[in-house]
Design a binder for this molecule. Structure first.
Ligand SMILES: *[C@@H]1O[C@H](CO)[C@@H](O)[C@H](O)[C@H]1NC(C)=O
Ligand SMILES: *[C@@H]1O[C@H](CO)[C@@H](O)[C@H](O)[C@H]1NC(C)=O
Length: 393
């Protein structure tokens, strides 16, 4: 793995040298890069310090890029390319951190990867009590863990969001007719690729990353020949129900995840759908679904823009929309909409995700665990949420 990092850095330093041979900071960058190469050699001892210095270095580069004036548009573009290389190195480091026992620089909880899965499942009772009252909202993201790297840029991974099942499901891509089922999380993390998975072939292909698994059923989106919601029984692998969805025009619901026209979410109280309509092209619409019949019970026009949204999820009846921008910024929850009108944008904290890689192509909230299962540019990530009472507002 040292080889991989050194190669990344070599490529990066080559790019930077070609582009910036006249520039005053070429030498500086070169010097810093070789320093980092040296440090990679003592990787295991220095993971923590190295990471934070690397980030500092990256921030300095970003500042320099911002400083370049317009005339040097060409240089600017190339440097932006270099920047994305830096981010890739950084992400690779994060992933490697989870693969070796060195201390990580973001708090990591073993429970996130199911090390204590047996114990955890015996302690599930108190959580169900909490589900009933549902007065919580997000306070912050407490921890993250990259559990897997699958290369496919966009996809979905999730557990059954409302059952004791340890099974994990992978939708590898943004459209196919086959999904992958793992008996437990460790079958995904401890073996390469998808070898430990059972394949489940669905009766109709799925489209996008808006699907979810809820109480033993897979709810998924089909968009050919028209938008349809399919409720699929994962036990006997039959279609339990299906419904047309009033999203007749193809308007992506998040501009940064354009493959999603309908996105399903589960919260403590039931099922939700986020979608866009021709009448309200600029803002995300929210609907509450009956999990049994798939009927739409109620609909809301939210004030949350589609522009620059990458994904969204619902907690206790509040929609949280995650935004990003094309160039180097961190994902953040920047719009909330509470169907009960308690949590408002002004009262909700601006929650930043710990790091920036690409765009989250899917984010699924698990009410039982207070986790987000996210797929970010080929990496499968768990975020652990810190919650607070709405009444503390
Ligand atoms: C589904 O994915 C597999 C593996 O990537 C691919 O071989 C197959 O052609 C895909 N099928 C469809 C219907 O897209
Ligand atoms: C599948 O299981 C559900 C309930 O578990 C049952 O209602 C349904 O009839 C079953 N379908 C088939 C084809 O066995």
């Amino acid at each position: 793995m040292m080889g991989t990092l050194t190669q990344y850095l070599a490529v990066l330093s080559a790019i930077v040298l070609t582009v910036q041979s006249q520039s005053t900071f070429t030498e500086y960058i070169e010097r810093r890069l070789s320093a980092f190469e040296d440090r990679i050699a003592v990787w295991y001892d220095q993971t923590q310090r190295y990471s934070s210095e690397y980030r500092e270095f990256k921030n300095q580069i970003l500042a320099l890029v911002d400083g370049l004036d317009k005339e040097r548009e060409e240089q600017r573009r190339s440097l932006e390319l270099a920047t994305s290389r830096i981010e890739r190195v950084e992400r690779e480091m994060d992933y490697l951190e989870t693969r070796n026992p060195a201390p990580a620089c973001v708090e990591v909880d073993d429970k996130l990867i199911g090390k204590n899965a047996d114990k955890a499942s015996k302690q599930k009772k108190p959580k169900q009590v909490k589900l009933a009252d549902c007065r919580e909202m997000i306070a912050s993201i407490k921890a993250m863990k990259i559990v897997k790297k699958l290369e496919t840029t966009s996809g979905l991974w999730t557990k059954d969001l409302m059952s004791d099942s340890e099974k994990v499901y992978i939708f590898d891509g943004v459209g196919n007719d086959t999904i992958y089922e793992f008996a437990r999380l460790r079958d995904l993390t401890d073996f390469s690729g998808l070898v430990k998975a059972k394949k489940i072939k669905l009766p109709y292909p799925w489209a996008g990353t808006g699907h979810l698994v809820y109480k033993g059923f897979l709810y998924y989106i089909r968009n050919e020949p028209e938008f349809q919601l399919i409720k699929f029984d994962l036990k006997n692998r039959t279609v339990a129900d299906s419904a047309m969805f009033p999203a007749e025009q193809q308007i992506p619901v998040y501009s940064l995840s354009p493959f999603n026209f309908i996105d399903l979410a589960a919260d403590e109280q039931g099922l939700w759908a986020m979608y866009a309509t021709r009448e309200n092209e600029k803002h995300i619409c929210l609907a509450r679904l009956d999990p049994k019949t798939l009927d739409i019970e109620q609909m809301w026009d939210t004030p949350c823009p589609i522009e620059n949204a990458e994904n969204a999820f619902v907690i206790c009846g509040t929609l949280y929309v995650v935004y990003n921008s094309k160039l180097r910024s961190r994902s953040r929850i920047q719009c909330v909409y509470d169907v009960n009108g308690i949590v408002t944008n002004e009262l909700a904290p601006l929650v930043y995700f710990p790091k920036r890689y690409g765009t989250h192509s899917s984010i699924k909230y698990s009410p039982r665990e207070n986790y987000l299962y996210a797929w970010d540019d080929g990496y499968q990530i768990i975020y652990r949420l810190a919650m607070k009472q709405k009444s503390e507002l």
